[in-house]
Design a binder for this molecule. Structure first.
Ligand SMILES: C[C@H](O)[C@H](O)[C@H]1CNC2=NC(N)=NC(=O)C2=N1
Length: 95
């Protein structure tokens, strides 16, 4: 099982993760797109990345908005896998 990050490790990492906030045991981000198709295309790209790193977002979609929450369920909090997925999501958003 992955090791939980310390508060200091989390706040340091957030410096490089634009738009992400630390809430409880999760990193959260709100995304807005031009329309539903753009939002769903983004979710599909992220789904492929999530499968590759075997770490998956908790998220919800309403038309052009997506609420994303990342946590490591098996570890009971934030791990390096959440940071890796948050960085991968930001890379997809910047394309
Ligand atoms: C067996 C497999 O590694 C686990 O089920 C993985 C898959 N994806 C996961 N994703 C997230 N966010 N948390 C997990 O604990 C988790 N566990």
């Amino acid at each position: 099982m992955a090791v939980l990050l310390t508060e200091q490790e989390i706040s340091e990492a957030l410096g490089d993760l634009a738009g992400w906030k630390h809430e409880g045991d999760a990193l959260v981000k709100e995304c807005e797109f031009a329309n539903f198709v753009q939002a769903f295309a983004f979710m599909t790209r992220v789904a492929m990345r999530a499968e590759k790193i075997d770490h998956h977002p908790d998220w919800s979609n309403s038309y052009n908005r997506i609420h994303i929450s990342l946590t490591s369920h098996d570890a009971g909090g934030l791990t390096s896998k959440d940071l890796a997925l948050a960085a991968a999501i930001n890379r997809e958003l910047s394309k």
